[in-house]
Design a protein around this ligand. Structure first.
Ligand SMILES: [Zn+2]
Length: 70
């Protein structure tokens, strides 16, 4: 693995490689990809949202904590 390409403050979509749009949803900071409609969450953020939503799978959420090597 090389050195980090991006700053820690700006996240990029692992799929599209474009900058994610940061938004606040249900009081939780989330990162949205406007191209693939992905919603990228940290693992801790997911836990927070799970407390609020039971139907998250309907949203097609993509969780960066589940991403692994191809
Ligand atoms: Zn994307």
């Amino acid at each position: 693995m090389g050195s980090p390409l991006y700053s820690s403050q700006i996240k990029h979509c692992p799929v599209c490689r474009i900058a994610l749009t940061t938004s606040v949803w249900l009081g939780i900071e989330i990162d949205l990809c406007t191209q693939c409609q992905g919603l990228w969450l940290g693992c801790g953020e997911l836990e927070e949202i799970e407390l609020r939503i039971e139907t998250r799978r309907r949203w097609g959420l993509q969780l960066d904590c589940r991403l692994g090597p191809p």
